[in-house]
Design a protein around this ligand. Structure first.
Ligand code: TYM
Length: 334
């Protein structure tokens, strides 16, 4: 890990089936930014506890997510990939920051409003203070940049507000992080309703491409994607289904929207859908194969988990100790 570089921090929840949205909106950018920064990527298992988890399944998913990070091309020797719950500083700083965050701020979070409407039978306090734990994740590592999809921007704003509030009382304790949002792919929409984001919790399995879908399923889902009846190849807001397909195509192939529109001019939507399917298979299939290879080597993964947790703890604890000292908590006598 290059210590002269600026710090990048990001993570994903270890819940549900990750979608193409998670990959194109976040993970893909992590890989492209990895060389420029000192990078920390967390498997956010504590965040996942806001929803009841089956313990055995949950443990498997957390490991699988770490495996996915590696399979996507993030080198665990050069970057720090770790499980959030293995670094106790996260929960500790989150409590401290809870005391610097207002109920009013948290009640304005759209994700809290959406999620509490969706899980009306389990609106727990963790769901409410979720953004504070996320602020702790980011601030512990003196982060400069946080690559996320658009849906996390509000959480980044509150992180900055909390950090600035704390700094204005105690001096420059935290670096103030900036979001990094990719030019395309920051909001991949549902294939069945392009007014909604593609989400792992969508009830309609055809709405999302899951990272573990097999090639035929991916092709079928792309073929069934909702478009429009205009029969015009264009990249514009008035044709949101088509625009989303172009976004997926462009993010997978690296082409610009103008290039992609030119490529499909005079062709039917069917041909575009087929090409989108192939582009997605071309990205996901090699990643799935690589995941299977890595998962087969249990001792390798165990070593990655242990060594990276130690590195993450070392960095996080430096900030936590500074915070505790600043606010007047008693240090352990030497
Ligand atoms: P999560 O697990 O919901 O999503 C992980 C990442 O995927 C992005 N994303 C999308 N991007 C484009 N289109 C979509 N349809 C789409 N769906 C999801 C998300 O924006 C995110 O970047 N709270 C975070 C996890 C977290 C975190 C952090 C992130 C916890 N602590 C600290 C960064 C830094 C979350 O639930 O993401």
């Amino acid at each position: 890990m290059n210590k002269d570089h600026k710090v990048l921090y990001s993570g994903m929840q270890a819940t549900g089936n990750l979608t193409l949205g998670n990959y194109l909106g976040a993970l893909k950018n992590w890989v492209s930014l990895a060389d420029e920064y000192e990078c920390y990527y967390g498997v956010m298992d504590l965040h996942s506890l806001t929803v009841r988890q089956d313990p055995a399944e949950f443990r498997k998913r957390a490991r699988a997510l770490l495996t996915l990070y590696i399979a996507a091309g993030i080198d665990p020797e050069k970057n720090c990939l770790y499980l959030q719950s293995s670094v106790p500083c996260h929960a500790e700083l989150a409590w401290i920051l809870d005391c610097f965050t207002y109920m009013g701020e948290l009640s304005r979070m759209t994700q809290f409003k959406d999620k509490s409407a969706k899980h009306a039978d389990n609106v727990n306090a963790g769901l409410f203070t979720y953004p504070v734990l996320m602020a702790a994740d980011i601030l512990l590592y003196q982060t400069d940049v946080v690559p996320v999809g658009q849906d996390q921007l509000q959480h980044l704003e509150i992180t900055r507000d909390i950090a600035q509030r704390f700094n204005s009382i105690y001096g420059d304790v935290f670096a103030i992080p900036e979001p990094y949002i990719g030019k395309v792919g920051a909001k991949i929409m549902s294939l069945q309703d392009p007014s909604k984001k593609m989400s792992k919790s969508d009830e309609n399995p055809n709405a999302s491409i899951y990272l573990m879908d097999d090639p035929d399923t991916i092709r079928r889902k792309c073929k069934r994607a909702i478009t429009d009846s205009e029969a015009t190849i264009a990249y514009r807001d008035e044709q949101p289904g088509l625009k989303n397909l172009f976004d997926i195509y462009c993010t997978c192939t690296g082409k610009s929207s103008d290039e992609a529109v030119a490529e499909f001019q005079g062709q039917g939507y069917g041909q575009l859908k087929e090409a989108v399917g192939e582009a997605v298979v071309g990205i996901l299939k090699p990643m799935q194969d690589r995941m299977a290879e890595i998962a087969a080597d249990k001792s390798y993964l165990d070593r990655v988990i242990k060594e990276n947790a130690e590195r993450a703890y070392y960095s996080a604890n430096k900030t936590l100790r500074k915070v505790k000292k600043k606010i007047g908590l008693t240090e352990m006598p030497r």
